[in-house]
Design a protein around this ligand. Structure first.
Ligand SMILES: NC(=O)c1ccc[n+]([C@@H]2O[C@H](COP(=O)([O-])OP(=O)(O)OC[C@H]3O[C@@H](n4cnc5c(N)ncnc54)[C@H](OP(=O)(O)O)[C@@H]3O)[C@@H](O)[C@H]2O)c1
Length: 266
């Protein structure tokens, strides 16, 4: 018999509703972890998904193959460091010249060095703030002219935006900036029929989480403290992004939606 906890594990059902047919999506950091799960979900729903990555060409190649298998035949990957905002126009020129528009933008890629507050160097601060918050702002400025009504801007955040997570100071501040920035984006782009929201995850078991110096301890504590009794999965977040990217979420804008199995209630 299914236990209570098994019943809250993600159900990876193949959805056949291809209601994003004709839509163009860009997922930054779309080759691994949460970004890969989101890209695949959007491709299954019929969108043409362009993904960005920074270091791992092999992972990018595999991710594009997978997206093509899911029906996103024109998918491709763009290698690009999301901290290098001076070059962002190049990224969007490629999309505009190929597709003439961008319907869905997922700001997911992020970088940051884990360090106690006293050890945060100016460089760490810049990387965390640039890849999290400034990337969202600068990309939004470039996207707005080519995003049609019904467009969706969705950024990924984490509980470190409002709570203390050891070693997470600069990244946590970057996430807080994202959550505030999204309110400004949502108000200014609402007249164009575009919504902007944040999906914020609790502890999600990906390479980024495994890079935490105290991964094992953190994982044990997170499971013990989460009422739903497990770590999150990339699919837990992809399911929510899936909804926010859809027409059904049209009246939600400027919000941060927390997806953490109840962790932050404790
Ligand atoms: N894991 C969690 O517990 C958790 C919880 C809540 C929110 N989040 C957020 O969710 C997002 C994704 O996290 P994740 O755990 O899925 O990470 P991940 O598994 O480490 O994947 C990160 C992805 O981003 C790309 N990337 C990293 N730095 C980049 C840069 N400077 N420019 C362009 N692409 C870059 C990586 O490509 P390469 O490997 O090729 O560089 C990879 O595709 C982040 O914003 C993170 O803060 C994570």
């Amino acid at each position: 018999m299914e236990s209570v906890l098994e019943s809250v594990l993600p159900q990876t059902q193949e959805t056949t509703v291809r209601d994003l047919e004709g839509k163009i999506a860009l997922v930054t950091g779309g080759t691994k972890g949460i970004g890969a799960a989101i890209s695949e979900r959007l491709a299954r729903r019929g969108a043409t998904v362009v993904i960005n990555y920074f270091k791992s060409r092999n992972a990018a190649g595999r991710a594009v193959e997978r997206l093509k298998e899911l029906g996103s035949e024109d998918s491709f990957a763009i290698r690009f460091n999301m901290a290098k905002f001076q070059k962002f126009p190049k990224l969007f020129d490629k999309i505009e010249s190929r597709f003439k528009k961008l319907d869905i933008f997922i700001s997911n890629a992020a970088m940051g060095l884990y360090s106690d507050l006293m050890g945060v160097k100016r460089k760490n601060w810049e990387i965390a703030l640039d890849t999290n918050a400034y990337a969202l702002l600068a990309c939004t400025q470039l996207i707005a002219p080519i995003m049609p009504p019904g467009g969706r801007i969705i950024a990924l955040s984490s509980l470190g935006s409002t709570r203390y997570i050891p070693g997470y100071a600069s990244i946590g501040v970057g996430k807080a900036a994202i959550e505030n920035l999204i309110k400004y984006i949502s108000v200014e782009l609402a007249p164009k029929g575009i919504t902007a929201n944040v999906v914020s995850g609790g502890f999600i078991d990906t390479d980024a989480l495994k890079a935490f110096p105290s991964y094992e301890e953190m994982k044990r504590d997170a499971i013990a403290r989460t009422p739903s009794g497990r770590l999150g999965t990339p699919e837990d977040l992809a399911d929510v992004v899936d909804f926010i990217a859809s027409e059904k979420s049209r009246w939600i804008t400027g919000q941060t939606i927390i997806v953490d199995g109840g962790y932050s209630l404790m």
